[in-house]
Design a protein. Structure first.
Length: 494
């Protein structure tokens, strides 16, 4: 591969991943339309987004095994075919139940795309150019969810919620067609078995955790049920972890937890999870604030948050080039600080806050997340040996969905609890809601403080990550136990 050029296979996968991940948040602005059209409650309507995250959390752990068994073209064809089927089913859904089924099918296809993209990138791109290429990938992974509400606001202005799916069908079909014409296989499939007990426990654990967290956002007094489901999900995940540790010694694990033995990957995982939590929390709160308290339409709300999402995407490649030249610390530490400052600024929201301040704070948050996500993705995956790339990317994807569900549940629960308490004390509804939102933003800002500490511990470059991982994982024996630990640079540059 020539320096400064992104491989065609990566470009095609970025485009496809952008299209499918956009659908994770595209329904957020459509909830009022769904409630009226399908005669459902707000809590039920929220499930068009929640069930997407739930399915992703269940399917992604299987992708590490799946991607090793099929070729690149087969994985791409299956993922996009399943996504298209779910999109068509959602567009023609005669009832809410069928719409939810369509969203489940959509998410199953989406769950394969991000690990496929990440694994392919790590194989075909030389380590000295990964920052620049990962900057382009940021567009798909981070900007698509950020742009979802803005895109849906524009589409809803001209038609019903069904248009959100109708518009996606021809785009996804074209991306699939051209992708299959141009896509080359970049790795050979390996025959391996799968432990179906692990699959079942993972589905119960990650699915139960996301479902339980989502129930905390309901206003129907389900705290006891939600707590029970979260505890059960946590227990199932503990069983899953024990099972994987056993399989690592005697067979092939569904999700190889040896990835966590690499210090840089573990730190990256923590930072990305908190960053995604903050992003999704803010994405849920801002439309509620702008539409319910400030009276803006879905279109106006989408236009207000669009500059931040676009800025995040446009800066991705530049941030990647800065990372390649100067390393990650120059970006990640200021990015983490900017994230905290933006969330802290949102704790001052009021019914009279100028819209330019809201736009500026949102743009600061998005740009800070862009400066954080690109280097951290690159450092985290670059700190793994090649045989763990697929497992590392599936673990990143799974925890992203769990963090998104946790962020959504956390901000809605904190806001609702504070609002209910103040209303019970005699405070008027709107001031009580404003106070609830301030507290919710304050909680996310406090959590984001952790990212500054983690950012300071990350190495500046991938080479440093490999060295640190050798020192911290298993001491001097790590190199001999994993002889391909240091191979990515050598293999990629040949």
């Amino acid at each position: 591969m020539k320096a400064g050029r992104t491989p065609t296979v990566v470009r095609l996968l970025v485009l496809a991943t952008f299209v499918v991940i956009l659908n994770e948040t595209i329904m957020i602005n459509a909830i009022p339309r769904l409630m009226h059209s399908l005669r459902i409650s707000e809590q039920s309507a929220q499930w068009v987004s929640t069930v997407f995250m739930l399915t992703m959390a269940v399917v992604i752990p299987i992708t590490g095994w799946f991607l090793q068994r099929v070729t690149t073209r087969q994985a791409y064809a299956i993922a996009m075919g399943v996504f298209l089927a779910g999109t068509v089913l959602s567009a023609v859904a005669p009832s809410f139940e069928v719409l939810l089924l369509g969203r489940v099918v959509q998410a199953a296809g989406t769950a394969v795309m991000m690990p496929l993209l990440m694994t392919t990138l790590m194989i075909v791109v030389p380590d000295h150019d990964r920052g620049r290429v990962m900057g382009n990938v940021t567009l798909a992974i981070s900007v698509a969810p950020a742009l979802g509400p803005a895109v849906s606001g524009l589409i809803l202005q001209v038609g019903s919620w069904r248009l959100l799916f109708v518009v996606v069908v021809p785009i996804a079909a074209l991306v699939t067609f051209f992708g299959l014409r141009k896509l080359d296989n970049i790795s050979d499939p390996q025959v391996s078995s799968i432990d179906w007990l692990s699959v079942g426990v993972a589905a119960l654990g990650f699915g139960g955790l996301v479902y339980g967290l989502s129930l905390f956002g309901d206003s129907d007094g389900k705290v006891g049920l939600a707590t029970g489901i979260v505890i059960a999900g946590g227990a199932a995940i503990a069983v899953f972890v024990i099972r994987q540790l056993k399989l690592q010694r005697t067979g092939v694990p569904l999700m190889d937890l040896r990835t966590l033995g690499h210090r840089t990957f573990g730190l990256s995982l923590a930072l990305l999870s908190i960053g995604f939590l903050a992003m999704l929390g803010a994405m849920i709160l801002l439309p509620l604030y702008l539409q319910n308290l400030r009276g803006l339409s879905p279109l106006e709300t989408g236009l207000l948050v669009m500059p931040g999402g676009l800025g995040m995407g446009l800066l991705g490649p530049s941030i990647g080039k800065i990372f390649d030249r100067f390393g990650g610390r120059l970006l990640v530490v200021p990015g983490s600080i900017g994230m905290v400052l933006a969330l802290g600024g949102f704790t001052q929201v009021s019914t009279t806050m100028p819209y330019w301040q809201v736009l500026g704070l949102h743009a600061l948050l998005m740009v800070s997340l862009a400066a954080t996500f690109t280097p951290v993705f690159t450092l985290g995956m670059g700190g793994l040996p090649p045989h763990l790339y697929s497992h590392g990317s599936s673990m990143l994807g799974t925890l992203q969905q769990v963090a998104a569900a946790f962020g959504t549940a956390l901000v809605v629960t904190v806001m609702s609890a504070r609002t209910t308490q103040l209303v019970a004390d005699g405070v008027a509804a709107i001031p009580a809601q404003v106070s609830g939102m301030k507290l919710a933003f304050g909680v996310t800002a406090a959590l984001a403080l952790v990212t500054i500490v983690v950012a300071a511990k990350l190495p500046p470059r991938i080479a440093g990550a490999d060295a640190q991982d050798h020192d911290s994982a298993d001491g001097d024996t790590t190199v001999s136990e994993h002889p391909d630990q240091g191979e990515p640079a050598t293999v990629s540059q040949n």
